[in-house]
Design a protein around this ligand. Structure first.
Ligand code: FAD
Length: 390
């Protein structure tokens, strides 16, 4: 019988994995399950918030994937039985697998910020950390904000999706304010002690392009948000804003818990064997992308690299061969600092037994954004969307 692989979640990790499973294992039946009609990209979503791009620019169809021979199922997985090797969907389908790949991204822990859910339901606060309706909502709120208003944003404690993302967002909002509402301010409440990604790049941008506009407060995780008084409270501060963007802490997607692969002792992330991305706790279940606990950054680019290592390993395992014992992955992440400038961080990670993925010395980051990197940034996005979706 033909081997069956079910991939759940058609984001950066899952869609890429399904495609390469078919390319490298043409005899494997691959089913890809995803509830959403369209792929909405988090990369470049900060540009939408800053007014550089539209929602249309970051929204793409799944129509090209079936030509690889992937069977697409539009549904949500609601149960996983690792002993029987079956999954169940909300729509009532039961699908068996030999190997299962889970790529659900993150779950946002809205309960960790008191009042968040109520304020979110009332349209008074968004996280906009999953691209979609909240991205558009945040842009609208910024457009409606009076000149001289304050945008309050919070950064969750690490590990979280996209380490440089909050600081890029601050740049994009500042860029918009500089053009349209120059008397406005940004308060950035960071749950971490410092900017852990591309600090030199962001500090240079804030000082050069937006002097005096961004009030950065480290060690200041939000504890509560009040949509009535429009206040974010931390251990040290109570900050009022006209637009509130609180990004709560995160953990591996709920889907991983359905399989028993979300690890309480690992901060609610998933621990995997890094040569195959198979769960260390549930056999035949592989996890890729943001849900994985590792030394690798939680980025879309990295999710596509994990997807390829995982697909190659599954092809080998199903053929009864040994997977590559020392896979190498890479990450390139651009961040825009203004309407015309970007910088990057680029790293290569090599798997070492007993150590996991080790950052290789060749990597580096730009300390100053420029126009050439802005054009590379835009090209990177087009290329990765093509890689994932076509
Ligand atoms: P996702 O891409 O989130 O995909 C998960 C998919 O699983 C979703 O489509 C979801 O619908 C589906 N799913 C979940 N549960 C189920 C279920 N039960 N059944 C079926 N389907 C399910 N990365 C970069 O590389 N470069 C950048 O410039 C960049 N910028 C970013 C900017 C922002 C503001 C943010 C928030 C993130 C950014 N990222 C960037 C990070 C990037 O978006 C994530 O790392 C990436 O999306 C992770 O991929 P994933 O496959 O793990 O999850």
């Amino acid at each position: 019988a033909r081997a069956r692989v079910v991939v759940v979640g058609a984001g950066f990790g899952g869609a890429t994995c399904a495609k390469y499973l078919r390319q490298w294992g043409p005899n494997i039946d691959v089913t890809l399950i995803e509830p959403n009609d369209k792929f909405v990209s988090c990369p470049i979503s900060n540009w939408v918030i800053g007014g550089l791009r539209s929602m249309d620019d970051i929204t793409h169809g799944y129509d090209k994937l079936p030509r690889h021979g992937i069977k697409m199922v539009k549904d949500t997985v609601v149960a996983i039985d690792p002993a029987k090797r079956t999954i169940k969907t909300r729509g009532g389908a039961s699908i068996g697998y030999d190997r299962l790949v889970l790529a659900p991204g993150i779950e946002i822990l809205t309960d960790t910020v008191k009042g968040f859910k109520e304020a979110e339901a009332a349209g008074k606060v968004v996280h906009a950390w999953k691209a979609g309706a909240q991205t558009a909502q945040l842009r609208k709120q910024l457009e409606a904000m009076p000149d001289g208003g304050t945008f309050v944003m919070s950064v969750p404690t690490a590990p979280y999706r996209c380490p440089p993302g909050p600081y890029e967002r601050a740049c994009m909002v500042a860029h918009y304010f500089k053009q349209a509402k120059p008397r406005s301010k940004i308060t950035l409440l960071d749950g971490n002690p410092d900017i852990a990604s591309k600090k030199a790049l962001f500090m240079d941008a804030w000082n050069t392009f937006y002097p005096g506009m961004i009030d950065y407060r480290p060690n200041n995780a939000p504890l509560a948000v009040d949509g009535g008084t429009m206040t974010v409270t931390t251990e040290f501060d109570a900050v009022k804003g006209d637009v509130l963007n609180v990004v709560p802490k995160q953990r591996a997607g709920e889907l991983c818990a359905l399989a028993g692969a979300r690890n309480d002792s690992a901060g609610n992330w998933c621990t995997v064997n890094f040569a195959t991305f198979e769960s260390t706790t549930v056999p035949n279940v592989h996890i890729i992308g943001d849900s994985v606990l590792s030394s690798l950054p939680k980025s879309g680019h990295m999710a596509t690299n994990m997807a390829k290592v995982c697909a190659a390993a599954i092809v080998e395992l199903l053929a009864g061969r040994q997977p590559d014992p020392i896979p190498v992955v890479a990450n390139t992440c651009y961040s825009a600092t203004s309407g015309t400038t970007s910088g990057y961080v680029a790293n290569v990670y090599r798997f070492e037994a007993g150590k996991g993925y080790v950052n290789q010395p060749e990597g580096g980051a730009t300390g100053k954004g420029d126009e050439l990197n802005f054009s590379y940034n835009a090209s990177w996005a087009k290329n990765i969307w093509a890689e994932v979706l076509s």
